[in-house]
Design a protein. Structure first.
Length: 345
């Protein structure tokens, strides 16, 4: 039977398939829209299955705020080029919105969410993989909630490759966004040193001292004095006894220098602050509150927030592809091989 343009249009609106794919499906099913839809779905699943082993480490983050609930998602593609595709961007934004509004417990529950079209989010990803031609995968999400008195700071950087949501109590939405911008730039993984594992701190401290050892080898070659090794890396390691001993050592130093005791109270706080900075390098790398605030480098984030009577309650930060082991030239090699074969024929 003859297939009309109206039938092709209707099928495309239902499935998102290309014109030729829609027309072929209608021809194969004698113009039956329902059967053609199922056929395209099956073909889409087959295409997606062929791409399941490909590495998808590019993509976008998506952010959606729905009242006192916010969602942050990461959706992956194989290439950065596809991450700019209108269909891909729409899927990312729809995913974030659906998760914010439905509050799923995990990825399986998220992919089972029904879209306005009646299909599941999982089906949407299969269709996207089929029509876009690359593996499109939903990787992860974070749901963050706040009270009416708190503020969300939502921020995306580098075209959406980094996404951040922060909850701030006190201050305002502008402050919350500034803190999110800091988080995007400085990559903290937790809020406070109390959330760092003791073994993690020891391992990171060992890495820092290894870097100092290598630096000292270079400094020795140009007759520069060696840098001291670090004894501590986190505030969690600085017991009351250690802090008292550090203060006592400072007093001995001041006495040896002949500084009058009446001015010690003006000198000791600054030296103790230096001691804390020198012995909390792991905190500064991984904890938000210990980092120097990018909007005011005279203060840490914790000090700045205290100065404006505000606190950070929680945050989430996603960077596209972090933690994914990328296969070098995976997709690009396939394209090159296909082009070379075409030129030979």
């Amino acid at each position: 039977m003859a297939i009309t343009a109206a039938q092709v249009k209707e099928l495309r609106e239902k499935t998102g398939a290309g014109v030729m794919d829609a027309k072929k499906a209608l021809v194969e099913t004698d113009g039956d829209i329902a059967k053609a839809t199922e056929l395209l779905r099956e073909k889409g699943m087959a295409k997606a299955a062929k791409k399941v082993d490909r590495v998808a480490a590019e993509g976008l983050t998506g952010v959606y705020v729905d009242g006192n609930v916010a969602a942050l998602v990461e959706v992956n593609s194989e290439t950065d080029f596809v991450a700019k595709n209108e269909q891909f961007v729409t899927l990312v934004n729809e995913t974030a919105e659906l998760i914010a509004k439905n509050k799923p417990a995990d990825n399986d529950a998220a992919l089972a969410i029904q879209m306005s079209s009646g299909k599941s989010l999982a089906d949407a990803y299969v269709e996207a993989t089929s029509t876009i031609g690359e593996k499109i995968s939903f990787r992860r999400f974070a749901l963050i909630e706040k009270t009416d008195a708190q503020h969300f700071g939502a921020y995306q950087h580098n075209g959406g490759r980094i996404g951040v949501i922060t909850v701030v109590e006190g201050g305002d939405a502008a402050l919350a966004k500034q803190v999110s911008m800091h988080i995007a730039a400085m990559k903290p993984t937790v809020l406070s040193y109390t959330e760092l594992d003791a073994q993690f701190v020891k391992d990171e401290l060992a890495q820092l001292n290894h870097a100092i050892e290598q630096d000292n080898e270079s400094r020795a070659m140009v007759d520069k004095p060696a840098l001291p090794f670090l004894t501590y890396g986190s505030k969690a390691q600085l017991t009351d006894e250690i802090i008292s001993a550090a203060e006592a050592a400072i007093k001995e130093e001041l006495a040896a220098e002949g500084k009058p005791e009446k001015i010690w109270d003006k000198i000791i706080p600054g030296k103790m602050e230096r001691f804390m900075l020198d012995n909390t390098k792991v905190d500064q790398a991984y904890t938000l509150l210990a980092q120097v605030y990018v909007m005011d480098d005279s203060k840490t984030v914790e000090q700045y927030l205290a100065s404006v009577d505000a606190t950070v309650v929680s945050f989430a930060r996603f960077e596209v592809g972090e933690g994914i082991e990328k296969a070098a030239n995976n997709f690009e090699a396939e394209v090159q091989a296909t082009m070379a074969a075409a030129l030979e024929n």
